[in-house]
Write a new protein. Structure first.
Length: 60
């Protein structure tokens, strides 16, 4: 199964995702790591939720 970077949407196994990992410490995910769809993201003072129409919701 192919997994995708949840920040840039590219294949996780290809390329350098060091900048993505660094940015993800402060930002919510933008892409579903399972299907690469853009997720609906909501940020609130206590955390975030990111929803993929196919794979459901992730939260912090």
């Amino acid at each position: 199964m192919t997994t995708f970077c949840d920040r840039c949407g590219e294949q996780a196994a290809e390329g350098d995702h060091t900048a993505c990992a660094s940015a993800r410490e402060l930002e919510p995910p933008r892409f579903c790591p399972q299907c690469r769809r853009r997720m609906k993201v909501q940020v609130v003072p206590t955390g975030w939720t990111a929803t993929c129409v196919e794979h459901g919701t992730r939260s912090s």
